[in-house]
Design a protein around this ligand. Structure first.
Ligand code: SF4
Length: 447
């Protein structure tokens, strides 16, 4: 596996975020939103609210965070978030909230009153319906029992908890000390308070990790029985995130070691009864995400693998990325700039892209590969109104080459990922990516 690794997008969007441009303006975002009004009124919207604050910096962090212990900043930020949502509401009218996700950063940075103000404010603008799903990312090092109970009372059902690795030496190297007890108490407390789903995020490829130490982390996580587990490869990109240089005090696993860590972790999780959901998620068979694999209703977006719920995904807060269905746009990353745009009555758009017809076709192919593990050509022809065998003749020829043929099996009717291709689905997807042609590999490693 290691010899086939390269660098490339994770395809939480297509085109990938580095190909968004500043020629896409806030007026373009407004036009796109107006065009999606009807869909939003029929299906509702998904909302992502980005809370960028953390009270300390993890040195592996790849997010755009604002490190502060001044909790008062949370209230001012949330007041502006609600103003941003009022702009959305003016554009698309009163539509129902199908799903709400609070992520960051650390949403638990907000105190209980501010979480209440935010959640109730959102639900006033976009009313909840009976099947609305509310989820939140929580940091076990910094979340109180009272916060968990208040969140459950506000209607949050899903929590996702950052774990990464429980080994004390790895934790010291990455500057994130978090005990097994803190984590299991948070999950148990949330379940007791009424949360119905808990997820845990893990990272392989961190400095100082070994298959033995990581296996102990997995044992501890499995014992907590989270409904979902996300297993991400560490993306060491110090040229973009200068603070990541701080983790270089310990050797960072190379490609061979990453492949070993990944294969051992997959075996352990599957052995413990978890079903694979795409290349980096796992779910208990009872979880709707595992069911979505069976029903072929799995979807991919900025939060990874999800269940298709339809309607536009609107993001609010700094760096949030919206997906209207036919366009993506990303918000400004500096809080002051983001706020002044909103105060001036403008959507705080930094860059974006409107999908061409070819983009929409390629996105559909890449998502199908990632969500179902294969392509059925007649089905593609029907749903995309193309002759897929000839539209993708060059891509299929490239995939039949000796270098790629270990990743796919292709016959007259279908293309299927092999087991190796399932792990390296990003490599296969890159063949269908028109934006990468002639460009050197960049981004995170595909293992
Ligand atoms: S808690 Fe998450 S977002 Fe905050 S610094 Fe750590 S990794 Fe980054």
């Amino acid at each position: 596996m290691a010899r086939l690794a390269t660098r490339g997008p994770r395809y939480t969007s297509y085109p990938a975020a580095p190909f968004f441009t500043e020629t896409f303006t806030e007026e373009d975002a407004r036009t796109q939103l107006r065009a999606e009004r009807e869909v939003a009124h029929t299906k509702g919207i998904s909302l992502y609210a980005h809370i960028p604050f953390c009270s300390s910096l993890c040195w592996y962090c790849g997010c755009n965070v604002k490190v502060t212990r001044d909790r008062r900043q949370g209230l001012a930020y949330v007041q502006t978030l609600l103003d941003e949502l009022r702009l959305y509401r003016e554009l698309i009218g009163e539509v129902e909230l199908a799903e709400l996700s609070l992520g960051g950063g650390s949403p638990n940075f907000l105190d209980i009153d501010t979480l209440k103000l935010l959640t109730e404010g959102i639900c006033e603008l976009f009313p909840r319906r009976q099947d609305s799903l509310l989820g939140i990312e929580l940091d076990p090092r910094d979340t109180s029992d009272e916060q968990v109970r208040a969140l459950a009372a506000l209607g949050y059902q899903r929590l996702s908890v950052g774990v990464q690795d429980f080994d004390p030496e790895v934790q010291e190297t990455i500057h994130r000390m978090q005990s097994v007890e803190q984590t299991s108490e948070l999950m148990a407390g949330a379940r007791a308070a009424g949360f119905t789903s808990a997820g845990a995020d893990l990272i392989y490829g961190l400095p100082g990790q070994s298959p033995e130490t990581f296996s102990k982390t997995l044992d501890a996580v499995i014992a907590m029985a989270p409904d979902r587990i996300a297993l991400f490869g560490y993306a060491h990109l110090p040229q973009l995130r200068v603070h990541q240089k701080l983790v270089e005090r310990k050797p960072i696993p190379g490609i061979d070691e990453r492949a070993t860590l990944l294969c051992a972790a997959v075996e352990q999780l599957v052995g413990a009864g978890y079903k694979r959901v795409g290349f980096d998620h796992f779910a208990l068979p009872s979880d709707p995400l595992a069911q979505a694999v069976e029903d072929q209703t799995l979807h991919r977006n900025f939060q990874g693998f999800t269940i298709a719920r339809g309607g536009p995904l609107l993001a609010c807060g700094v760096t949030g990325i919206s997906d209207s269905g036919k366009a993506y746009w990303q918000n400004l990353s500096e809080i002051d700039q983001w706020r002044s745009e909103i105060e001036a009555g403008r959507l705080p758009v930094a860059r974006g892209i409107a999908l061409s017809e070819d983009d929409a076709i390629r996105r559909s192919v890449i998502y199908r590969l990632m969500c179902t593990g294969g392509l059925e050509f007649d089905g593609l022809d029907q749903s995309l109104a193309i002759d897929s065998r000839s539209y993708f003749a060059a891509e299929l020829a490239s995939l039949a080459s000796p270098a790629m043929s270990e990743l796919v099996e292709i016959d007259r009717d279908r293309l299927d990922l092999t087991d190796l291709g399932f792990e390296l689905v990003r490599n296969v997807s890159m063949v269908f990516d028109a934006y990468l042609a002639g460009k050197p590999p960049s981004g995170s490693t595909t293992i």
